[in-house]
Design a protein around this ligand. Structure first.
Ligand SMILES: Nc1ncnc2c1ncn2[C@@H]1O[C@H](COP(=O)(O)OP(=O)(O)O)[C@@H](O)[C@H]1O
Ligand SMILES: [Mg+2]
Length: 332
């Protein structure tokens, strides 16, 4: 069945799911237009995999509805599966088989003939840059190569919608960059992608729209630019080892812009959001030098998921980890 025009490729409304007395989903609403990438951004335990399992018909929600390519996940699971490719959080490749054999097997499972299956496997090995390793047992592959093989497996049947659950978690920077390139290629081919991630940077790179999920519900949504506007620019951080110099240091950092510096009393470290990156850094260092305030471990970094949660909810994502961070009133 072809998709009606303008209909979202993925839609979820009020999905809830409990495991015993643990509420994994408390009302998830999502929407992705055809040909776009929806990033579902959230920390461990937020409900990402549970959402993915409901959308891919592996799990039934307690309440709420969802459609993939116009098909109801609860009432037409076969139709959903026909339009959907899934790459799970843990790469599902058979280690005893070569890369080529893995893809051939998947193609045969989808009902392709031998010749077509062989050709599809070769095509995918090519586009995921696995030609050289194609005839080696996949058990010998690096994490990045496995993820790419798993991704290729999700695309064998040319699904209109692809769901990728944390495609780069656990990969080194090289593996992550390769995987991003592969995802960008499939997006260029017109596929709709739902991608879960714990990395703001990844959602920023790949997603057209982002849904931030926490405690089993979406707490914010928008484009990467809209989200960044709420979260602010880069984080300037530095340590002031001398306790008596921390109050004047706080004043200097606080005067950089509208953002209030955050101080970690345990480490003597300041962090402040800056909308002017390196320029603010240079200016701050100049002021600190003039005031004879020695600093250590100066850094400038893009916002992290922690920063997103702090900006959106006014608190860090996990109470335990952020407990040492005090607002400025703590500096004395
Ligand atoms: N099969 C299950 N049985 C019990 N609890 C589960 C099960 N699956 C997930 N959970 C719980 O539901 C919450 C959401 O989990 P999950 O969707 O896996 O989060 P994420 O993928 O964002 O890390 C977590 O608290 C998790 O422990
Ligand atoms: Mg998960």
């Amino acid at each position: 069945m072809t998709q009606r025009h303008n209909e979202p490729a993925i839609r979820a409304e009020g999905l809830t799911k409990s495991f015993g007395d643990k509420q994994a989903l408390t009302g998830v609403d999502l929407e992705a237009a055809p040909g776009t990438v929806l990033g579902v951004l959230g920390p461990n335990g937020a409900g990402k995999t549970t959402t993915v399992r409901v959308l891919s018909t592996l799990l039934r929600a307690d309440s709420g509805q969802a459609w993939v390519a116009g098909h109801d996940v609860h009432r037409e699971p076969e139709n959903v599966r026909r339009h959907l490719g899934l790459s799970g959080q843990y790469a599902a490749v058979d280690e005893k088989l070569t890369g080529r054999e893995n893809l051939y097997l998947v193609a045969r499972l989808y009902g392709m003939g031998r010749h077509a299956a062989r050709r599809r496997a070769a095509q995918l090995l090519d586009s995921f840059n696995l030609q050289e390793a194609a005839d080696r047992r996949s058990g010998t592959y690096s994490g990045g190569m496995r993820r790419r093989l798993d991704l290729a497996g999700a695309l064998v049947a040319r699904p209109a919608v692809v769901v990728l659950d944390e495609p780069t978690t656990g990969l080194d920077p090289r593996g992550r960059a390769d995987t991003w390139a592969s995802i960008q290629e499939l997006v260029a081919a017109g596929t709709t992608v739902l991608l879960t991630t714990q990395y703001l940077e990844e959602a920023d790179q790949l997603a057209d729209t982002i849904a931030v999920i926490e405690g089993g519900r979406v707490i914010a949504r928008g484009t990467a630019a809209q989200l960044k506007a709420r979260v602010g620019g880069e984080r300037l951080s530095l340590t002031v080892p001398e306790p008596h110099l921390r109050t004047p240091a706080a004043e200097i950092l606080g005067a950089l812009g509208p953002h209030v510096p955050v101080f970690d009393a345990r480490t003597g470290r300041f962090t402040v959001t800056t909308d002017h990156g390196a320029e603010s850094l240079e200016y701050a260092l100049g002021c600190l030098r003039t005031a004879s305030i020695a600093v250590r471990d100066v850094g400038l970094a893009p916002p992290t998921l922690d920063d997103v949660f702090l900006a959106l909810t006014g608190r860090p994502q996990t109470a335990g980890e952020g407990a040492a961070v005090q607002p400025m009133e703590g500096v004395r």
